[in-house]
Design a protein around this ligand. Structure first.
Ligand SMILES: Cc1cc2nc3c(=O)[nH]c(=O)nc-3n(C[C@H](O)[C@H](O)[C@H](O)COP(=O)(O)OP(=O)(O)OC[C@H]3O[C@@H](n4cnc5c(N)ncnc54)[C@H](O)[C@@H]3O)c2cc1C
Length: 399
């Protein structure tokens, strides 16, 4: 039998959440193994693709504190958020300056952030990456977890972190109870050049078929996230560029005067995953492996990154990072934010696409109320910036 290689923490999944956690744990002095199934050079790396990510203020603080991003990373600030509703009343315009900050967040391309994460991992002597490699089985005992990889390599850690995405096999094998809901919708993403667009402005437009977001990108382009029923996205993936532009103009309302040069399209089916207690014996699930949310209002990776910062807080004084007391502490620190973020995005996803008239009327009134009531606006802004209590240490604003 081959010898087991020992680490403090074994992370399965080197996507955006797993890689960020690895860097954070290494900076706290832990010896970390990262197991990633997809070759880093592969075009189909699922986490580091062409999607545009809104990174909110709390997340920028975390990524800055971990020295994963710096001023050289190409990104666009979001200083204004415009929320509108097709065919109905209700409009909200949020301006960062009026809320005492210079930006709500920034937009980055996932691939470029991924490259930064890979470089940060490589620079940490405490991190060993096993890639391409799959976690196949694991078994926890009182002192640690034995992990077996597809190649036959055996690892032993004090803690196993499931950062292996929505279909996490670890979450299931560890017996963490969860609910999965299929929205029967997909997101189609692409970028496009607008004929005119307000600078540093993100647009979220609710239409009866699903939300449509426009996110500012470098060189004056816009990242488009177009959400609709699965069968309509199937059809839209096959449209010619001219047809795509014509349909986009129809859907976008009056904020733009036309578009040109659409880029490559990609499609993502949308599900909701909720894991109320994302821990098991010497295991914890973070990011999409614990909670996967609808992309409306761009919360997914931001939530996962707060899981990372929360776990770093929970393990700050831990000599044995898999001991039950630390994992219970993690659940306590993260429970409210996870529950609220899931509820918030799910409510948005369902409300504005509900065909019932009273429901949509209520949604319109809700949006109109956000437009005029400062208390409601403040709540929307705090959620948009990622500051839900208790705010993890790394996410806090620094003077
Ligand atoms: C269209 C769209 C737009 C989005 N926009 C935003 C946004 O603007 N802002 C935002 O915050 N979020 C956004 N999100 C959400 C965000 O993309 C996800 O939350 C994030 O990518 C999840 O990262 P993760 O690391 O948790 O999971 P994943 O990206 O799923 O990574 C899991 C990793 O685990 C690996 N893996 C799986 N099984 C194994 C195994 N057995 N062994 C080893 N490795 C394994 C996989 O190869 C993968 O690399 C968006 C999502 C979509 C679909």
């Amino acid at each position: 039998m081959s010898a087991r290689i020992e680490h403090d923490v074994v992370i399965a999944g080197g996507g955006l959440a797993g890689a960020s956690l690895a860097v954070g744990l290494a900076r706290q002095g832990f010896d970390v193994a990262v197991i990633e199934a997809v070759d880093r050079e592969a075009d189909h790396q699922p986490s580091y693709d062409d999607r545009t990510l809104v990174i909110n203020r709390a997340s920028l603080n975390i990524l800055g504190a971990l020295e994963i991003i710096d001023d050289d990373l190409a990104r666009c600030p979001i200083r204004t958020i415009e929320i509108t509703r097709a065919g109905g009343f209700g409009r909200v315009r949020l301006e960062a300056e009026r809320h005492g900050v210079d930006r709500f967040g920034e937009v980055v391309v996932a691939r470029e952030l991924g490259n930064r994460l890979l470089a940060a991992m490589k620079a940490c002597a405490e991190i060993t990456e096993y890639c391409p490699e799959r976690l196949e089985t694991f078994a926890a005992d009182d002192d640690g977890v034995d992990v077996r990889l597809a190649s036959g390599t055996q690892l032993r850690g004090r803690l196993l972190v499931a950062a292996d995405g929505t279909r996490s096999s670890i979450r299931q094998a560890a017996g963490m109870a969860s609910d999965l809901h299929d929205y029967r919708q997909s997101a189609m993403i692409f970028n496009v050049r607008p004929r005119s667009a307000a600078e540093a402005t993100a647009h979220e437009r609710f239409t009866p078929a699903g939300p449509l977001a426009f996110l500012p990108q470098p060189e004056g382009r816009l990242g488009v996230v177009w959400i609709d029923a699965n069968e309509r996205i199937d059809e839209a993936m096959g449209w010619s560029d001219d047809e795509l532009i014509a349909r986009l103009v129809e859907r976008a309302g009056s904020a733009f005067q036309g578009f040109e040069r659409p880029g490559k399209r990609a499609r993502y089916p949308l599900v909701l995953l909720r894991t109320p207690t994302p821990i098991g014996a010497r295991t914890v699930a973070i990011g999409n492996a614990a909670n996967t949310v609808h992309p409306v209002s761009a919360q997914g990776f931001n939530l996962g990154l707060r899981d990372v910062a929360g776990l770093l807080d929970a393990l700050a004084d831990a000599r044995d990072p898999g001991a039950p007391a630390w994992l219970a502490r993690y659940v306590k620190l993260r429970a409210d934010d996870q529950a609220e973020t899931v509820r918030y995005t799910d409510t948005l996803a369902r409300t504005f696409t509900n065909p019932s008239l009273p429901f949509r009327l209520g949604a319109g009134l809700g949006l109109a109320a956000h437009g005029v009531l400062p208390g409601l606006q403040r709540r929307l802004v705090r959620a948009a910036m990622g500051f839900r209590e208790p705010v993890p240490t790394l996410a806090r604003e620094r003077a």
